[in-house]
Design a protein around this ligand. Structure first.
Ligand code: ZN
Ligand code: ZN
Length: 368
């Protein structure tokens, strides 16, 4: 699998006239090699020439973490007194066009630009974005496993197994995080818990606000779970629950949200532009008078990274292709009152949209 991925990357580099690919921190490197660089000041960098052998330049003290794959890349550990930028520059040699990972520290890009005045640098996303956005079957299986894990947590929330009343948002968030790990993820990416009027803030930071009876509680959580090839794939789900009976006005608004989310999922067919999926969901909320309250895009791609191509947003005319995986997550936010969001991960397939999250989409009332 990994060898095929190297071949596809080299073909994409050749297509785009890229002589060498340089990957450091971020999701590109683990997607390609299974190794994730530590986000530290010591340089880790894969140097992958379009027509030569690849080398992973890595701090000597981190080299033992690398699962060696001599058929794919050589390992070049560097000692504390060596200059890793000089080592990389030497490997890049006379390459004229380099594609460098978008998340690479600017410190290293600037140093490489200084050492390689004849090399033009472009973002690696030009080469890797289209490849990473089309998931292979083992990647979809990994996403499905991660989605099933967070579905079980959402089901526990809806069943009232996670007490809410009298607890702070931060405390509930910590419990969601523990459950994310207990369900087999190796990393928690986030666990947003927003109660009452805080649910009107789309990316609320869970704090010391205590949940009261009669409130909506928005929970948006996810992490990364190791799947095929030892690489972590992400989960991301949002469900809202309501402590006690749902007020009629909120029930009506939530019904529109649920219809908008279903419309977004139904629209996410192969060949449909990302912006058309966004419009399909947005139209339903606008018709319900909540268009102004839907303040963000409808969704984002997901894979090794929580947010990646394709984005379902006005302005993205690129049609979905089979194997794209993305969230469908419309929401509405009424400052000072409440808000809600509903999110599933969906895969575009030749047979239509395949929603990976299956847990109840209702605004479930819980009693504690
Ligand atoms: Zn989310
Ligand atoms: Zn999301």
């Amino acid at each position: 699998m990994a060898a095929q991925r190297f071949d596809r990357v080299r073909a994409a580099m050749a297509d785009r006239g890229v002589d060498v690919l340089l990957l450091s921190v971020g999701a590109d490197l683990p997607w390609l090699t299974g190794y994730e660089a530590m986000p530290l000041e010591r340089l880790t960098m894969l140097v992958l020439p379009v027509d030569g052998d690849a080398t992973l330049v890595v701090p000597a003290l981190e080299a033992p973490r690398v699962r060696e794959r001599p058929a794919l890349f050589a390992l070049r550990p560097w000692g504390e007194t060596e200059d890793p930028v000089a080592i990389v520059a030497d490997l890049v040699g006379r390459a004229r066009a380099a594609a460098i990972g978008n998340r690479t520290w600017s410190q290293f890009l600037l140093a490489l630009q200084g050492s390689l005045p004849g090399t033009a640098f472009r973002p690696a996303s030009e080469v890797l974005g289209p490849l990473r956005a089309v998931k292979e079957p083992d990647e979809i299986a990994a996403l499905r496993g991660a989605a099933a894990a967070v579905d079980r947590i959402a089901a526990a929330l809806q069943a009232g197994e996670i007490p809410l009343v009298g607890r702070t948002e931060a405390d509930i968030s910590a419990e969601l995080s523990r459950r994310i790990l207990a369900e087999g993820h190796h990393r928690v990416n986030f666990a947003i818990v927003a109660a009452g009027e805080n649910a009107a803030s789309a990316h609320h930071e869970p704090g010391d606000r205590v949940v009261q009876p009669g409130e909506i509680v928005l929970c948006d959580f996810g992490g990364a779970m190791v799947g095929a090839d030892g690489v972590g794939y992400c989960s991301d789900i949002t469900r809202c629950v309501h402590v006690g009976e749902v007020p009629a006005e909120l029930a009506e608004q939530y019904a529109a949200l649920r219809a908008a989310q279903a419309a977004g999922v139904a629209a996410a067919t192969v060949g449909t532009p990302g912006e058309a999926v966004d419009a399909a969901a947005r139209r339903v909320l606008a018709d319900a008078g909540l268009g102004e309250a839907f303040v963000h895009r409808t969704g984002h791609g997901i894979g090794v990274e929580e947010h990646e191509d394709p984005y379902l947003v006005a302005g993205n005319a690129a049609p979905l292709v089979a194997g794209n995986a993305f969230s469908i997550e419309p929401g509405f936010y009424l400052p000072g009152r409440w808000g809600a969001r509903l999110e599933d991960i969906v895969v575009a397939t030749p047979d239509g949209p395949d929603a990976l999250n299956r847990v109840d989409h209702d605004l479930v009332a819980v009693d504690r």
